[in-house]
Design a protein around this ligand. Structure first.
Ligand code: 5AD
Ligand code: FES
Length: 348
């Protein structure tokens, strides 16, 4: 049975599908058509990026967070989380080690931590950009005001990752406490884009209460936003959260969504996430083979790795950055790809 191929072909030729058609694709696709879709997605990525995989060095610099997202292991209410903050010096050491290993993008990711004031962030951004002028700097520090985003951009930040989490308002309210609003999240994304950042949005596949309609809405929202990067990975429960007993997202569904995204956005920067590598030992490889073209290994000191646990059993928490890079290089080589030493900017 190959009845959904016309839908896949339309995606490939850059036509949009309706919400209903996306739902059909997400719920009714056969194993054979999934293969067809993933092959097309892989070919699209090959066409634009060749066999080169971009890497981003992730620095998880604080796990203090004022928010209380129900799915997240470092939510404010998790009093058992062991909190840490990296000093400016420690962060610069991560960059130094990362640069020597071939990273040309650094991602500063953290919880929404008021101790890292705008002034401290501006100072940190300037320092990193001064020390590594040939590197891109990405921020992933949550919802801020337009003014703060503008300050960070003027200080030299190039990119911003802020997953929209879910485009559906009702679904958003099932994953977050009432003070967090889907509209505000979306507003942030449009403002970041307006300022001039390369922007990344995204969501978790298989998040609690998520329906195929929700994913279809995510795809339509992404089309409207037209981000430069899209981060998706499976939801994975964390044992100290309200969603401890929920089922994780599946690899199958995540690979399907990755393939759809690659067809919809041939040039977008699309990571095979650590979460995907966590639910299956070859998850990241399979992600690349479904159209992903970015890997984001961790550069944080091994002493804090375990503490930035958004979900259970996160991989690579015991590995030095160097080991992780060479492990990834080998893994990519095994499937016919190589790690690029490159900023890996979005190319329109
Ligand atoms: N499982 C998978 N991904 C998660 N994230 C947060 N908690 C989890 C979880 N339990 C994702 C969110 C967030 C990103 C930094 O990590 O989508 O935006
Ligand atoms: Fe981190 Fe293999 S990718 S150790």
């Amino acid at each position: 049975m190959a009845e959904l191929r016309p839908l896949i072909d339309r995606l490939e030729s850059q036509q949009m599908l309706s919400k209903k058609e996306f739902v059909t694709l997400l719920t009714g696709i056969s194993a054979e058509d999934t293969k067809y879709l993933r092959e097309k997605a892989r070919r699209a990525a090959r066409k634009h990026f060749g066999n080169r995989i971009y890497t981003r060095g992730l620095i998880e610099f604080t796990n203090y967070c004022r928010n209380d997202c129900y799915y997240c292991g470092i939510r404010r209410s998790n009093t058992r989380a062991c909190r840490y903050r990296l000093s400016k010096e420690a962060i610069l050491d991560c960059c130094k080690a990362g640069y020597a290993l071939g990273f040309r993008t650094f991602v500063l990711q953290g919880g929404e931590d008021a101790k890292y004031s705008d002034d401290l962030m501006v100072d940190l951004i300037k320092e990193i950009k001064k020390s590594y002028p040939d590197c891109a700097l990405t921020l992933s520090i949550g919802e801020k005001s337009y003014e703060s985003y503008l300050k960070f951009y003027k200080a030299g930040a190039d990119r911003y990752l802020l997953r929209h989490e879910t485009a559906n308002k009702a679904h958003y309210s099932m994953l977050h406490p009432p003070e967090l609003k889907a509209e505000n999240r979306k507003r942030c994304l449009f403002e970041l884009k307006e300022i001039g950042y390369q922007v990344g949005a995204g969501f978790m596949v298989g998040a609690p209460y998520q329906t195929a309609e929700d994913i279809a809405e995510d795809l339509l929202f992404l089309k409207e936003l037209s981000p430069h990067m899209i981060g998706i990975g499976p939801f994975i429960p964390h044992h100290q959260t309200p969603f401890a007993d929920r089922a994780p997202g599946t690899m199958k569904q995540t690979l399907l969504v990755l393939g759809i995204l690659r067809l919809m956005f041939p040039k977008v920067l699309l990571p095979a996430t650590t979460a995907l590598g966590t639910i299956h030992p070859l998850g990241r490889e399979k992600g690349i083979l479904s159209g992903a073209n970015v890997l984001m290994p961790n550069l944080s000191p091994t002493t804090v790795r375990k503490k930035y646990e958004l979900y259970d059993n996160k991989i690579c928490t015991g590995d030095e950055a160097a080991e992780c890079r060479s492990c990834l290089a080998r893994r990519m080589q095994e499937i016919g790809y190589e790690l690029a030493v490159d900023r890996g900017d979005y190319k329109p």
